[in-house]
Ligand binder design. Structure first.
Ligand code: ADP
Ligand code: MG
Length: 238
């Protein structure tokens, strides 16, 4: 079981505190979406869970493990970024298998996992191509494939669709929902898109200036926004 628990999590950059003691429980298998205005700390919080930013104070647990001081590679998480972050000189296949190769997994196992991810994401025809010969949507699929291949307990997505055009965003949103259903892993997803938040989330966390403003299911937040700020983000009329 690998939910994620934050306890009084604080992040400071030098003297500037940007995450002010966040308490949050994300259940195993839950699809949790962080929303909030630019600069409110969505990416920072996600990167703290990933271990890409040090947690200044407080605690982060994944399942029963205290990961607060662990290296990213030991946490059992995989992150998908807005900018894909693919290696331009490697093929799709090599990009997806690279993480496992670096951690010394046997070739046959890597091949099997890459094939499985390629099947899930309909990337089979593109395995021998380099990223520059792919569309934006295909590149983002490869980035998601790279995460799947690592078999993480927790997937972290930082605005993964915001570089895609509107039509493709809808397709990818449906695929991400399907992926969540298929593999049942815990997913934490940052977006500023209300429709993505409302359609993907089991739980929405509304952030404002480094604090949690409200947490609830899409229906709860829509029906009972705590204030105008939350209502503005969720799109309810009150
Ligand atoms: P969001 O993802 O919600 O747009 P961020 O998590 O990127 O917000 O940023 C939260 C706050 O932390 C912002 O005020 C931002 O300027 C600040 N911040 C982010 N990264 C750094 C950094 N490396 N050094 C100093 N301040 C940072
Ligand atoms: Mg961000």
């Amino acid at each position: 079981m690998s939910g994620v628990t934050l306890t009084k999590a604080i992040k400071k950059y030098g003297d500037l505190e940007v995450i002010h003691g966040v308490d949050l429980q994300i259940d195993h298998g839950e699809f949790c979406v962080f929303v909030g205005p630019s600069g409110c700390g969505k990416s920072t919080l996600l990167r703290m869970i990933a271990g890409l930013e040090e947690t200044t104070d407080g605690q982060i647990e994944i399942g029963a493990r205290d990961v607060t001081a662990m290296d990213p590679a030991e946490r059992g998480v995989a992150m998908v970024f807005q900018t894909y972050a693919l290696y331009p000189h490697m093929t799709v296949e090599e990009n997806m298998g690279f993480g496992l190769k670096m951690t010394g997994h046997p070739k046959a196992e890597i091949q099997e996992k890459v094939s499985e991810a390629a099947r899930i994401l309909k990337l089979e025809p593109y395995l021998k191509r380099k990223p520059k010969a792919l569309s934006g949507g295909q590149r983002q699929r490869v980035a998601i494939g790279r995460a799947i291949v690592r078999g993480p307990e927790v997937f972290l997505f930082d605005e993964p669709l915001s570089n895609l055009d509107a039509e493709l965003r809808v397709d990818m949103r449906v695929e991400i929902a399907r992926l969540h259903k298929d593999i049942g892993a815990t997913m934490i997803y940052v977006t500023h898109d209300q429709v993505e938040a409302m359609t993907l989330a089991d739980k929405i966390v509304v952030l404002r200036a480094g604090n949690i403003e409200q947490v609830g299911s899409p229906m709860e937040l829509y029906a009972n926004p705590g204030n105008k700020f939350v209502a503005g983000f969720i799109g309810s009329p009150s």
